[in-house]
Design a protein around this ligand. Structure first.
Ligand SMILES: Cc1cc2nc3c(=O)[nH]c(=O)nc-3n(C[C@H](O)[C@H](O)[C@H](O)COP(=O)(O)OP(=O)(O)OC[C@H]3O[C@@H](n4cnc5c(N)ncnc54)[C@H](O)[C@@H]3O)c2cc1C
Length: 415
């Protein structure tokens, strides 16, 4: 792998950039691997990366039905934060946030992590009480957050309207070290590092079946043939139910489309991320100047990766009250991704009924921020066959046993 550096850019500038190699190889699959990871989204790639880095397991294939990062990894609004309510959530999201801080150096790939600060607006008394509680929970968990008053909100976000017609801004939960990162770069950076370790990133290859003997997976059927494996990791987000079905078990997840949109690019006007959960809309400004706007999830199960008019209307209408400038913006494009929702809005990193098959899913509307931490914890589970401290609360059997990690009703927000 060619090391990326200022010196390398300068050298290539002198030879019309002819010396750059491909960032990752595109090999044909081998007959079998020690580990197959299904899904080359951020979580699958991060799992493979940590399998190699932390456990020296490098005979690994990451199998992707489309192009890598083309699932939710390349479709999200890139918000990274760790101010969750429950202890297991705060632990894994904070681990993840801290891994983002050094990711560009670790991968030698600029993922443009921007710890610009994330603000979650309190627009009802109920929401304010909830955030004050989260602030205290975060203090006990060692996650740095602060409830700030409306005047400070206005100072940080001058374009905000504090006295909206329906919902005034009563304050906000502020996490200064939260922020955003370039989502495609994360996938590309992990793929490059995995390929450099000798792993196979196999794109345009759908898994169509899972073969097992005596409760152990032996191989996966794919559109490029049958490939053997000693261990299988399923990391396919919105398609988790379909993959579990192939492996012969059921998952407590539902798949729905979640949508987002961006405006035309405008001059810099907001340098933090703002989430307005009561009216439901969140917004940040990209480096290109577009306002990146997160919308809602469809109210019915589906597998469509596209946007729809009513979500634009609902989201923009909600945001206009708090950000009147939005009414003057033209919207440029919209899209959707298929997210996998659990009942408590917390993820699953778990063993399965098949002895050597492990699953990582259920990140729903908020898993981009968790990518490195999720990969770290999933690699530990795959390598050791048992979850480590970050993953142990996230078994899929918690739904059977009533041990929910409620980031939905109790926390009041789930992105
Ligand atoms: C509009 C939108 C906005 C979001 N905003 C945020 C946000 O601001 N912050 C945040 O933290 N999270 C956000 N999320 C959620 C976040 O994007 C996801 O939780 C996260 O990206 C999931 O990553 P992943 O790697 O598990 O999934 P994916 O990136 O979806 O990867 C799974 C891969 O599996 C592949 N696959 C599926 N089936 C098969 C098969 N049979 N064979 C082979 N490959 C298969 C898919 O093609 C896909 O590439 C958002 C999501 C959406 C849709």
């Amino acid at each position: 792998m060619k090391h990326y550096s200022a010196f390398a850019i300068a050298r290539e500038a002198f030879r019309q950039h002819t010396g750059w190699g491909r960032a990752w190889a595109s090999p044909e699959p081998r007959a079998s691997y020690d580990v197959i990871i299904v899904g080359a989204g951020g979580h699958g790639l991060a799992t493979a990366y940590f399998l190699g880095k932390r456990y020296g397991i490098k005979n690994v294939a990451i199998i992707e039905k489309g192009w890598l990062g083309g699932g939710n990894t390349g479709r999200n609004t890139t918000i990274i934060r760790s101010n969750y309510l429950q202890d297991p959530s705060a632990a894994i999201y904070e681990k993840s946030r801290s891994l983002y801080e050094t990711m560009s150096q670790d991968l030698n790939y600029n993922v443009m992590f921007s710890p610009r600060g994330v603000m979650m607006l309190a627009q009802t008394e109920h929401e304010k009480r909830g955030y004050l509680r989260t602030e205290r929970a975060n203090a006990l968990q060692g996650v740095e957050t602060r409830f700030i008053q409306p005047a400070e909100v206005k100072k940080l976000v001058p374009i905000i309207n504090l006295d909206g017609p329906r919902y005034p801004v009563l304050g906000a939960l502020w996490q200064a070290r939260a922020g955003t990162a370039r989502h495609d770069a994360l996938a590309w950076g992990y793929a490059r590092a995995c390929s450099d370790m000798g792993m196979h990133v196999i794109e345009q290859c759908a898994v169509t079946g899972v073969e097992s003997v005596g409760g152990e997976v032996t191989a996966v059927n794919t559109t490029k043939g049958t490939i053997g494996c000693k261990k299988l990791g399923i990391v396919v987000a919105g398609h988790s139910g379909a993959l579990a079905d192939m492996a012969g078990f059921r998952l407590p997840v539902e798949s729905v489309a979640l949508q987002a949109l961006v405006s035309e690019p405008i001059k810099p006007c907001m340098d933090v991320v703002v989430m307005a959960n009561t009216v439901h809309g969140y917004m940040s400004q990209s480096d290109k100047g577009e306002m990146v706007i997160g919308g809602g999830a469809d109210g019915f199960n589906n597998y469509t990766q596209r946007g729809s008019w009513h979500h634009i209307e609902e989201t923009v209408r909600a945001l206009v009250e708090t950000f009147p400038m939005v009414s003057r913006l033209k919207m440029l494009r919209q899209w959707g991704g298929i997210v996998d929702m659990t009942g408590d809005r917390s993820p699953i990193i778990s063993k399965t009924p098949l002895g050597n098959c492990f699953i990582n899913c259920g990140w729903g509307t908020g898993g981009f921020k968790a990518t490195p931490g999720s990969g770290y914890a999933m690699a530990e589970l795959v390598a050791n066959g048992e979850p480590g401290p970050l993953a142990e609360a996230f078994s899929m059997y918690r739904f059977r046993e009533g041990r929910f990690i409620d980031e939905s009703v109790a926390a009041g927000v789930a992105h």
